[in-house]
Design a binder for this molecule. Structure first.
Ligand SMILES: *[C@@H]1O[C@H](CO)[C@@H](O)[C@H](O)[C@H]1NC(C)=O
Ligand SMILES: *[C@@H]1O[C@H](CO)[C@@H](O)[C@H](O)[C@H]1NC(C)=O
Ligand SMILES: *[C@@H]1O[C@H](CO)[C@@H](O)[C@H](O)[C@H]1NC(C)=O
Ligand SMILES: *[C@@H]1O[C@H](CO)[C@@H](O)[C@H](O)[C@H]1NC(C)=O
Ligand SMILES: *[C@@H]1O[C@H](CO)[C@@H](O)[C@H](O)[C@H]1NC(C)=O
Length: 466
């Protein structure tokens, strides 16, 4: 009995000590947390602007020249930033971007949304571009992408994942409210990794963009006070991407494409059979998709040859319009609903199977296993030397990557993460701002640039004559 009492006493003491130890730890953690918050607040200087952080003092020109000392110095600064401390991951808080419409003039002027108005050629105004942007977290990163690609004469549709926080959704609404050419798609999806809804999210935006004039006429709440834009080409983006071509360059590229798309195709990818043979379902509770053993999918309809590609591309408006009225393509979409990662198969297969679209300008090069696009640059694991870190087998870009990526022929570079390296991102913004002005003055006859792009198109057997 006595023994039992002693054990109980010992046990109680143990619990008590553990609890005290726990409290000390919690206290330590919270003081650490406060210290970091204060430090970050100072850096962000919120009194100056809720919408932007102070500029980091680095020499981007040297970084672009791969200057070893400057890169070393920048890495040291980056390390000292405590970005991964658990206070908003070093990002501006999403709630900074929740504001009433009356604050829009401040937002627009502080963030310089109209800074390129005097650096826009008539051919850009005559050739509006549509964007479909998928986003689910980190308002600051989304806003900085929008800021880089925004032009008052283009049109921007945003899809917000249904599982995003209400703060995030509210912040994106506040931003969209400030512009007559930025809107949130009329139908939001709950996106599960590799599920059909990822593709559906793009479809929703594309449909709305094709139909926005009617939605405006019908006073749809998402399109109140928006304007009609006769866009000609569409780019779809994720908010972790960044453009390396100016709007003028895009217009020149799209004019060369002359109705063709730029879609990456990989004809020899081995994952197709597994991903397409089984039937997959959404499991919303566990936020994943799953397949049932032996539940086999039928062959794709209309003798479609499946190929893998990218979920992102550059698309002609007529081509996109056709998707939603062409019965063969609608059958294909229905079939894709229960496959794995259909966004990576849809665009590439559509492009390759020219019998699906009477006006297709794609000419397959039978010998080629890969058809390269100019829509995207990805630093793929295994074929790219990453200066940053790997995430889902794609390089998250950092200082040592910048010199290479700005010289890529692609339109968009994937990917940057502000919470990982906000300094490289700042350099990319400075570089792009300057490039817009330079290209504006160099004008429309930049033979080198166009020749280079043309030779690429010729290799791709487009029906372009340049
Ligand atoms: C950091 O914050 C996130 C989001 O608030 C939370 O889910 C996570 O548990 C936190 N991590 C740590 C180590 O405290
Ligand atoms: C554009 O140019 C006009 C006239 O030169 C000038 O008044 C205006 O401030 C400029 N706007 C911007 C955004 O630079
Ligand atoms: C094909 O192009 C012609 C001529 O531009 C057009 O009238 C027709 O509607 C197009 N068809 C499709 C399916 O886009
Ligand atoms: C563009 O520049 C090249 C080389 O300077 C010149 O040969 C060509 O005629 C110019 N084209 C136009 C349309 O001005
Ligand atoms: C562009 O396409 C149209 C019709 O699709 C064609 O008639 C024209 O020759 C093409 N232009 C060039 C420069 O390839």
């Amino acid at each position: 009995m006595k023994k039992l009492k002693r054990y109980t006493q010992f046990f109680l003491n143990l619990v008590l000590f553990s609890f005290i130890f726990y409290l000390i730890n919690v206290y330590n953690d919270s003081t650490k947390y406060e210290k970091q918050t204060v430090k970050n607040d100072k850096r962000l200087d919120l009194s100056k602007s809720l919408f932007e952080r102070d500029k980091y003092t680095i020499n981007c020109d040297l970084i672009f020249k791969k200057d070893e000392n400057e890169i070393k110095k920048s890495k040291t600064i980056l390390k000292s930033l405590d970005l991964n401390a658990n206070n908003s991951y070093g990002l501006l808080s999403d709630s900074n971007f929740i504001f009433p419409k009356s604050n829009c003039p401040d937002f627009i002027s502080q963030r310089g949304y109209f800074r390129f108005n005097n650096y826009t050629h008539q051919i850009e105004l005559d050739f509006p571009i549509a964007y479909s942007i998928l986003t689910y977290e980190h308002t600051e990163q989304f806003e900085r992408l929008l800021n880089a690609i925004y032009r008052p004469h283009n049109i921007y549709c945003i899809h917000i994942d249904l599982k995003s926080s209400s703060f995030f959704k509210e912040s994106i609404r506040s931003i969209a409210n400030c512009f007559d050419n930025v809107f949130i798609t009329t139908k939001l999806e709950y996106i599960i990794y590799a599920g059909f809804n990822r593709l559906k999210a793009d479809f929703n935006c594309i449909k709305d963009l094709l139909d926005h004039e009617n939605l405006i006429d019908e006073n749809h709440p998402n399109l109140l006070n928006k304007k009609k834009v006769a866009w000609k080409y569409l780019l779809n983006l994720a908010s972790s991407e960044f453009p390396i071509k100016t709007n003028l360059e895009l217009v020149q590229i799209f004019q060369l494409l002359n109705g063709s798309n730029s879609i990456y195709i990989n004809k020899v990818h081995g994952m197709i059979s597994h991903r397409m043979k089984n039937i997959f379902f959404n499991d919303y509770l566990n936020n994943r998709i799953y397949s049932i053993k032996k539940a086999r999918n039928n062959k794709p309809p209309h003798s479609i040859r499946l190929v893998k590609g990218s979920a992102y591309g550059a698309f002609d408006r007529m081509f996109l319009k056709n998707i939603f009225i062409n019965s063969k393509i609608l059958d294909f979409i229905k079939w894709l609903k229960h496959t794995y990662s259909p966004d990576e198969f849809f665009w590439a297969s559509l492009e390759l199977n020219t019998h699906l679209y009477e006006n297709s300008t794609f000419k397959d090069s039978k010998k080629a296993n890969y058809i390269y696009d100019i829509a995207r640059f990805n630093g793929w694991y295994g074929s790219y030397e990453c200066g940053g870190m790997w995430r889902h087998k794609i390089c998250v870009l950092s200082f040592e990557d910048l010199n290479r990526v700005i010289n890529e022929r692609s339109i968009i570079v994937n990917k940057f993460m502000l919470e990982y390296d906000p300094m490289s991102y700042q350099c990319m913004e400075e570089w792009l701002n300057r490039k817009v002005v330079e290209k504006f003055y160099k004008g429309l006859n930049e033979t080198y640039f166009l020749k280079d792009i043309c030779s690429l198109f010729r290799k791709r057997s487009f029906k372009v004559d340049c």
